[in-house]
Design a binder for this molecule. Structure first.
Ligand SMILES: [Fe+2]
Length: 211
């Protein structure tokens, strides 16, 4: 991940704001990246400015050690480092036009763990719909298997030692302007813009790092 140390900067999206149209609209992408993600970056830098002992840690290290920090520092670091990590992961996982389905090693792993792609799609959608309030659904790799998990707020699977492959942001700010309250329609649209090459690369890295 680019710029993974203090001071954090908002690295540009790997595509234009309107690149994901018609599935995710330009205004949502602009606000999501330039306002929502920027706020997490600003808040994270502000807390790290007051804690020089944490400034040398990477984003992932900050998330992993946050549980050992005293409250309320723990909550602030967890929410804001998680907010940066989760959003970057989400934005980097999208592309348009996209392939309809994964291929290669990821396709094999999905078929092995979910029977087939359709079954994976319906399980993932169910998970994303089950998030109460704000959070994320993830495809993760752990103990030689793929599975779906959800995280509330800006929690991340790496806190639990799980290796992320793919995520969807189901906070309302990710879809409300276009899809209103219809999260299911947003999820269906999101399935059209998944960067499967990136997801496969994530799987290969997870395997290499022996998760
Ligand atoms: Fe978001």
């Amino acid at each position: 991940m680019e710029n993974s140390n203090y001071p954090f900067v908002n690295t540009p999206l790997p595509y234009d704001y309107d690149a994901l149209e018609p599935f995710i609209d330009e205004k949502t992408m602009y606000l999501h990246h330039d306002k929502h993600l920027q706020t997490y970056i600003d808040n994270l830098n502000a807390v790290l400015e007051k804690h020089p002992e944490l400034q040398k840690l990477s984003l992932e290290q900050l998330i992993k050690i946050s549980v050992r920090l005293p409250k309320p520092l723990q909550t602030t670091v967890r929410n804001n480092a998680g907010g940066v990590y989760n959003h970057r992961f989400f934005f980097e996982g999208l592309t348009n036009p996209a392939q309809k389905e994964p291929h290669g090693r990821l396709a094999q792993a999905i078929n092995q763990c979910f029977s087939d792609f359709d079954r994976f799609e319906s399980e993932f959608k169910k998970a994303a719909l089950s998030v109460f309030g704000s959070g994320y659904a993830w495809l993760v790799y752990s103990r030689h298997r793929l599975r779906t998990v959800t995280t509330p707020n800006q929690n991340t699977p790496i806190e639990q030692g799980l290796c992320p492959i793919l995520n969807i942001d189901v906070w309302e700010h990710a879809y409300y302007l276009k899809h209103y309250n219809l999260r299911a329609e947003y999820i269906d649209d999101w399935f059209n813009i998944i960067n499967w090459d990136k997801a496969e690369q994530n799987l290969i890295n997870c395997i290499k790092n022996r998760n």
